[in-house]
Design a protein around this ligand. Structure first.
Ligand SMILES: Cc1cc2nc3c(=O)[nH]c(=O)nc-3n(C[C@H](O)[C@H](O)[C@H](O)COP(=O)(O)OP(=O)(O)OC[C@H]3O[C@@H](n4cnc5c(N)ncnc54)[C@H](O)[C@@H]3O)c2cc1C
Length: 529
């Protein structure tokens, strides 16, 4: 590894992993175990950043014997995936997760049940991420913390060969030339105040699209989580026992089952909504501090007993985090549509395993663990097969190399606009063609402005790129939602309430200057066979 302090930190490695959350750390470990030299960069501190670090993730965890257990689980999940998930990929992640989690012994203190049986399925997020940091440190992965990537580097043959970014604590630039790159930058909730997601601004989607990558499933972004109003505390388990009230104190009827978002959103569009948790069984109350230690913190601060007192609630949108879309995967080792560029975790589409409903709650973590390792090993193989890192050119456009004359762009205003189009209940939960067309137009105008004029300088480079990435992501989401001219799973169109056979395929999207969408006909053939 070379180091030139004068201009920038310049390093080389076989594999560069961008993002050090759940998927990125598993990717780095797999690449290292495959014999590659590995650098991992994270925008925050690898070991505490990313959405797992604040959560208590459960994994999709089903024993291989008897075989019927997994067959039944896959069959059940297929029924709820609305035709977009693939049983082969589901079987792959069940298998990979099952063999992987026990390898964290020695790094993570797994719980045991009363019979002494080790419990691998549900882990404590903060300790899990700390364990993964220790794991990659022990394997000799070079980690650059607080070092967001801003743009990818591409070789003349079109393959991706590294990235550039900035070290936030020193202001110094960094450049890594690599044989292959794994994007594990997570999804984006468009800075909705979802706990743990403030570094997830869709950067990976933008960087990959600048290299020519395609995305898939970006219409599935209407997953929302209940939180006390004016807080980021989106630990949702306890709300299974919630009673909701409108401003007059009348109980808001919520139908039995998991679908609380739409009735709650309707009530929130009418006025303020309150909640108490008095129906929570005693044994659950006793376990909450262990399962979600941070859940009670805001209540304690406010002097509220949530099991007795009413408190105001809101819904925070999760965008693509517990939505489904992301970079399209084209090979079993999670390569994107660009050679040398791999995607893992929430940066990649999870339609393969989740279908058209949210993959949160077991499937996403199993996907992050598995896709991380496939991507890491795949990137290591690509680097080995294609020789050492070689020079390329930097690809960043919006916010770094504006297409027109530089002028002031109000980033706050632009972010407000993106949030309004992507998070408002009346636009994103209750969709219709007219409103979606309007969103496409509004976002298009904003994009023209940002891509032509915005230039982030110094410490503002990161924020400028983040806003550009969220805006680009919003454009792909709105275009895909408009293209899916039906209702399916999480994507519900008021003007098209039924699910249509002609849309039994995934929707691909991409493009920067001009956004395009098209049906993934290859996938339709796979399903047919
Ligand atoms: C509240 C909540 C609860 C959840 N519970 C469950 C559950 O019980 N079961 C389940 O299966 N799934 C669950 N999920 C989903 C699961 O947590 C995610 O699927 C998983 O964490 C995704 O991992 P990831 O590595 O892709 O993304 P993340 O863990 O979000 O990591 C992304 C990383 O990329 C970094 N990054 C971003 N941009 C850049 C950049 N430009 N340069 C460098 N680094 C960058 C970020 O700092 C971050 O560290 C939950 C999600 C949420 C929000």
């Amino acid at each position: 590894m070379a180091h030139n302090k004068q201009q920038m930190l310049a390093l080389t490695a076989d594999v560069l992993v961008i993002g050090g959350g759940l998927a990125g750390t598993w990717a780095a470990s797999a690449a290292r175990r495959a014999g590659a030299s590995v650098i991992l960069v994270d925008k925050g501190y690898c070991g505490t950043s990313g959405v797992t670090a604040t959560a208590g993730p459960g994994h999709w965890w089903i024993p291989p014997d008897p075989a019927e257990l997994r067959e039944t689980a896959i069959r059940n999940r297929l029924k709820t995936g609305f035709g977009l998930n693939d049983p082969r990929w589901m079987a792959r992640i069940l298998d990979k997760t099952w063999t992987t989690l026990p390898t964290l012994e020695g790094f993570y203190d797994f719980s045991r049940d009363p019979n002494g049986v080790v419990q691998y399925r549900a882990l404590r997020g903060p300790e899990y991420m700390r364990a993964l940091r220790h794991l990659i440190d022990s394997l000799g992965v070079t980690v650059l913390d607080h070092s967001p990537a801003l743009e990818l580097i591409q070789r003349p043959d079109g393959s991706v060969s590294g990235a550039r970014g900035v070290r936030r604590q020193t202001g110094e630039d960094w450049q890594v030339e690599a044989g292959a790159v794994v994007l594990a930058t997570g999804g984006t909730s468009f800075l909705s105040r979802l706990l743990g997601s403030h570094t997830n601004t869709g950067d990976g989607y933008l960087m990959a699209a600048e290299a020519g990558a395609e995305l898939s499933g970006m219409e599935f972004t209407s997953y929302y989580t209940v939180a006390p109003a004016r807080s980021t505390m989106t630990r949702s388990m306890s709300y299974a026992f919630a009673t909701y009230y409108d401003e007059s104190g009348s109980v808001i009827p919520i139908p039995a089952g998991p679908e609380t978002t739409r009735p709650l959103a309707r009530a929130l569009l009418r006025g303020r909504v309150f909640c108490d948790l008095h129906r929570t069984p005693d044994d659950i109350r006793a376990r909450v501090p262990t399962i979600s230690p941070n859940f009670l913190l805001p209540f304690r601060r406010w002097g509220i007993d949530p099991y007795r007192d009413r408190f105001e609630v809101t819904l925070h949108g999760e965008g693509t985090i517990r939505g489904i879309g992301g970079l399209r995967i084209t090979t079993e080792d999670c390569q994107t549509s660009v050679p040398g560029l791999y995607a893992a975790g929430d940066a990649a589409t999870r339609e393969l395993v989740a279908g058209a409903i949210s993959g949160g709650g077991n499937i996403n973590s199993a996907w992050a663990v598995s896709s991380g390792q496939w991507a890491g090993a795949g990137a290591a193989r690509f680097a080995k097969a294609n020789g050492p890192a070689s020079p390329g050119h930097a690809l960043g456009q919006a916010g770094l190399r504006p297409a027109g004359s530089v002028a002031n762009v109000d980033l706050r205003e632009c972010l407000n606009l993106v949030q309004d189009e992507m998070l408002s209940y009346n636009k994103n939960i209750f969709r219709d063609g007219g409103r979606l067309r309007h969103s496409v137009d509004v976002l298009e105008r904003a994009w023209r402005d940002v891509s032509a004029k915005a230039l982030g300088v110094g410490e503002h480079r990161l924020r400028t790129r983040e806003v550009a990435a969220m805006l680009a992501t919003a454009r792909w989401c709105a275009a895909s939602a408009l293209a899916r001219d039906e209702s399916r799973g999480m994507h519900q169109r008021e003007d098209r309430p039924t699910t249509e056979a002609q849309f039994n395929h995934r929707i691909l999207v991409g493009g920067l200057g001009t956004v395009w969408t098209r049906g993934d006909q290859r996938q339709a053939l796979e399903l047919a066979s």
